[in-house]
Design a protein around this ligand. Structure first.
Ligand SMILES: CC(C)(COP(=O)(O)OP(=O)(O)OC[C@H]1O[C@@H](n2cnc3c(N)ncnc32)[C@H](O)[C@@H]1OP(=O)(O)O)[C@@H](O)C(=O)NCCC(=O)NCCS
Length: 148
């Protein structure tokens, strides 16, 4: 499996995954913009030429934020999201990242477990942040090497 920065050629596969996985999918235009923006923290995991996972985020050093991370359903439970997160995090440390934030649905146990396993701590809650279905957001943060 290869992990690398997301390319414009990944956009249609990421958009297809978004439609398959999320109730509020990002469209191709959103993804293209995220990949192309200054400070883009967008990485793709590729296996046999196919997208199997991706992460979309942005850093404005020293802070970064993860907006999306997903593994295609048939590739879950193999450590792929963890490796992707680790690759993105370590690469961005070299770009000045010190503190990484994210929000996660309070009922998304798999994602919360992934983030906890990678050292994110829960630091806040945003009540009724999500729609479709309604849910609270848990705010999580991981401090970089300078702050641990
Ligand atoms: C969350 C998600 C990205 C995890 O992807 P994955 O590739 O299956 O995760 P990994 O195999 O790398 O798991 C790493 C760790 O996360 C935790 N984890 C992942 N899936 C889990 C599950 N279903 N239940 C409990 N813990 C889970 C475990 O701690 C796991 O470590 P372990 O296997 O050593 O126990 C995947 O379930 C997914 O795409 N979900 C839908 C999209 C989503 O909700 N994204 C997050 C919000 S943007």
């Amino acid at each position: 499996m290869e992990i690398r920065r997301s390319l414009p050629s990944d956009v249609s596969a990421i958009a297809a995954a978004e439609r398959e996985i999320f109730s509020d999918p990002w469209c191709e235009r959103d993804i293209t913009s995220a990949i192309g923006t200054e400070g883009a923290m967008c990485y793709s995991a590729i296996k046999d030429g196919e997208l199997v996972a991706y992460v979309i985020g942005r850093i404005i050093a020293p802070e970064g934020e993860i907006y999306r991370i997903a593994t295609l359903p048939r590739f879950r439970g193999r450590g792929i999201a963890y490796r992707l997160l680790d690759y993105a995090y370590k690469t961005e440390l070299g770009e000045g990242l010190e503190v990484l934030f994210l929000e996660v649905r309070s009922q998304n146990e798999a994602a919360k477990a992934l983030y906890r396993s990678y050292g994110f701590k829960e630091v806040g809650i945003r009540k009724k942040y999500y729609k479709n279905p309604d849910d609270d957001a848990i705010v999580m943060v991981k401090q970089g090497v300078h702050n641990t």
